[in-house]
Design a protein around this ligand. Sequence first.
Ligand code: TNX
Length: 529
Amino acid sequence: MRRTVTRLLAMTALALPLILPATPATAAPTTPARQLADVIPAPVETRPDARGTFQISPLTVIRTAPGSVDAWQVGRQLADTLRPATGYPLPVLPVRATPLPEIALLIGGADSRVGQQGYQLDVTRRGVTIRANTPAGLFAGTQTLRQLLPADIESPQRQRTTWTVPGGRIVDYPRFSYRGAMLDLARHFHTVDEITAYVDLLSQYKINYLHLHLTDDQGWRIQIDSWPRLTSVGGGPGTGVDGVGPGYLTKADYKAVVAYAAARHITIIPEIDMPGHTNAAQSTYPELNCDGVAPPPRTDTAVGYSSLCINDELTYRFVEDVIRELAAITPGPFLHIGGDEAHATTDEDYRTFMQRVLPLVSKYGKRAYGWNEIMQADPPTDAVAQFWGTGTTNTDLAEAAARGNKVIMSPANKAYLDMKYDRNTRLGLSWAAYIEVSDAYGWDPATRVAGVGENAVLGVEAPLWSETLRSLDDIEYMAFPRLPAIAELGWSTTASHNWESFRTRLGQQAPRWRLQQVDFYPSPQVPWR
Ligand code: TNX
């Protein structure tokens, strides 16, 4: 490592005469300069200082907190992000007093409000300093820095421009500790490359959880060694909606996704949906059916017809095997057990099932998380419910909140990324609503459901169901530009909530998405650059 660093420095010195003359001269200001507040999600506090403008140059070094491998990792990622477009070496070095201009990433010393996920960013003529209490906070700060640079910073090729960072101070931290996205791998499988590409996009907007919907009626997408046909058959050829979404994650694939996401400070949450949405498992293993007869595989989009056999001990052996194997490869705290739309299970059986399964989640060291229906089973107060309704009342949920359960807000008519934007959208569904950008942005997680206030809300999540999706382009088209809206609801203060401001800042993201080849929906509501 040290040797690389030395060589990079030597390279800098050698390259200087070649790079320097070309750099500042050709800057043609085609777009107005960035301002400290031109960031999504909106930062909590910005104090611009026009005298403090900093320019990244061929001499700039990135310095990280001594002794923190994680901070060094964040520095290395920042360098990787900034090198292609700048063409500068940007060596990552330990903190030291030297005359070089620098971007410093430091643990400690930030404003006391930044907590575990926030950061303080200072820009002066001499450099940029990001301070945080955790590597996750530093990472969030680097994502802000990225957006403060001209959009050309996202170019994969070297651009001859002036890399100006506006001067001043940002103090920033999230309103909610949980800001999630969900991707449905069951209706159409999405590959490791597609999932990690989505992770890259999510991490730019300070999303810190990715929930993977791994199983459903149409497919089973995660390797379980003790029940191998779940994937070879349940995830095999012909599975998925219309039979064209086959595939599954091996445990090695899953671990690779977990590690890739962790390096971007995103925690993976696996979901096994039960006791309904289980046709892929039940059509693969006849013994999982009360009558011992395997139903045919299903590739349509109906819901609510399947149910595990509630009064058969084998069901619980199956469920325990799955939970045990999944918990063993999941470092994050949550394990999602679904629980939605169990229309083929009686209310009594549903409670019986959940009361047996909820303790299994804690037995393997995880915190139970489920769709809002799980609150009908009076789970322990550490269980988390994901609200997906379209209304503004839900008695079970309000009672659970009063008992102390936490709630993730994913109202289907606001936060569902698979809903069409309007009647002409080529992809998506419309059962909950058409969701234009202003609809996705226009609600408050803490006043959405009566009796579920700020303190009961752990955060927000934007689910993306895959009935109509095939490719990464499809994922991007539905997620952008609504995902950044949900990300802002999860991070930014209610006081900063402002549609005019948001749509202006959103419009400024377009040149970045074009350079990243993000296939976004050009909503007529947004002044696109
Ligand atoms: C409802 S939302 C479902 C999913 C569908 C989705 C499509 C929820 C918990 N269940 O099974 O994929 O609608 O929008």
